[in-house]
Design a protein around this ligand. Structure first.
Ligand code: SF4
Length: 373
């Protein structure tokens, strides 16, 4: 194992709270806690879980079917504290970037991308900053401040949905637009904050709460091999999708572009991904950010085909979105066309992803809390 790369440590822990963060509890955890702390009947957890995750209330007082004495006790012991919506920027293509202020004054970003189902795919953050140092990524320039608590991960979705409902009400639209799909591809490496990400998945997919479908959720990783193995062991591959940010076809290039490769190289990464049990109809997503004269040659395309042979997968090819924090360029359209042609001729399911929201720095790899929001 190389000593070249070490994963950054957080600048601090998740801030301690003297109250219980009930929004970050699973249905079962909430039920057990309510029984122990309040002596509440078991059915109370159904009611309270629904208030928090389906109706998305922000105060215990709003829980009208909970007895007043229990609400008062909840107020003393628990918190529904969440993020504040600090700013929203809307791109020409309808992509919206939300800047959120956490309760301890940190900023994170979350992006809403209009999708074909007349809703939004939300790209959510899992950390403040990031512990890895991918060279093409603006978030890396922030350093690694801290992990997000499960309550803070799910609250990104609830704030976005609240905003869409408010807008529908204001415009008189009959049906508010909805967050239909989630990708854990915002700030941070989700599998580096495994426990909170895992809890958030359980909460968001609970049918008695937000009820999002696991089929419409994808967790992305830059290649944290031990966590990918855990993801597989714990059966998460049966519940949600997995995306792997590959971005190179040789270790020499990947070592440079994604220094985590110095620790777990391409062969080790692909072996770990191959070991993740998945539902039969599900495919792994490989993300490939195309960097001019770095990883965009015909030889790269052919090596990519060889590397992914045997995988039930598809590849998202993303021409690089330039920003001030990275030394790379976007390949010209002809180079992109040739790269795609090689993949498609070999019948690899490959999709060219046009940058979304790049005029507001909301596109892939551009999240760095700049003034555009
Ligand atoms: S690409 Fe993802 S894992 Fe890499 S530095 Fe950016 S946020 Fe972190």
């Amino acid at each position: 194992m190389s000593e070249l790369f070490s994963i950054r440590r957080p600048q601090g822990p998740i801030p301690a709270s003297d109250k219980v963060r009930v929004r970050g509890m699973s249905h079962e955890e909430l039920g057990a806690w309510l029984t122990e702390a309040l002596g509440a009947p078991r059915y109370r957890s159904d009611q309270i879980f629904k208030w928090i995750h389906e109706k998305r209330v922000r105060s215990f007082d709003a829980m009208s079917n909970v007895p007043a004495a229990e609400r008062a006790r909840l107020e003393e012991l628990a918190t529904l504290e969440g993020h504040a919506l600090d700013a929203v920027a809307t791109a020409k293509d309808g992509t919206r970037k939300l800047r959120l202020r956490t309760s301890d004054g940190q900023f994170i970003e979350s992006v809403l991308i209009p999708n074909d189902e007349r809703g939004y795919t939300q790209c959510i953050s899992s950390q403040v900053g990031c512990a890895l140092n991918c060279r093409f990524c603006a978030t890396a320039s922030l350093g690694f401040l801290r992990n997000l608590h499960a309550a803070e991960i799910v609250d990104q979705v609830y704030l976005a949905q609240d905003m869409l409902e408010r807008e529908a009400e204001q415009s008189g639209a009959q049906w508010p637009e909805r967050v239909t799909n989630l990708v854990y591809m915002g700030m941070g490496e989700p599998l580096h904050n495994y426990n909170h990400v895992r809890s958030s998945l359980g909460i968001l997919t609970d049918a008695k709460g937000a009820g999002l479908s696991g089929k419409r959720i994808t967790v992305s990783t830059s290649g944290l091999v031990p966590a990918i193995e855990r993801f597989g062991r714990e059966g998460l591959g049966h519940e949600v999708g997995l995306a792997v940010s590959l971005n190179a076809t040789t270790d020499a290039v990947r070592d440079e572009v994604m220094p985590i490769n110095q620790r777990w190289n391409i062969a080790t990464l692909l072996a770990a991904v191959d070991g993740v049990p998945m539902q039969r109809r599900r495919r792994i997503t490989f993300e490939y950010v195309l960097l001019a004269e770095v990883n965009d040659s015909d030889d790269d395309a052919r090596r990519l085909l060889r590397l992914l042979r045997g995988f039930r997968c598809h590849v998202n090819v993303i021409p690089f979105n330039p920003h001030a924090h990275a030394p790379y360029r976007r390949p010209d359209p002809e180079r992109v066309r040739k790269f795609m042609h090689i993949l498609r001729t070999a019948k690899l399911p490959a999709y060219l992803r046009t940058p979304r929201g790049d005029d507001i720095q909301a596109a892939c790899g551009q999240l760095a809390l700049e003034a555009s929001a």
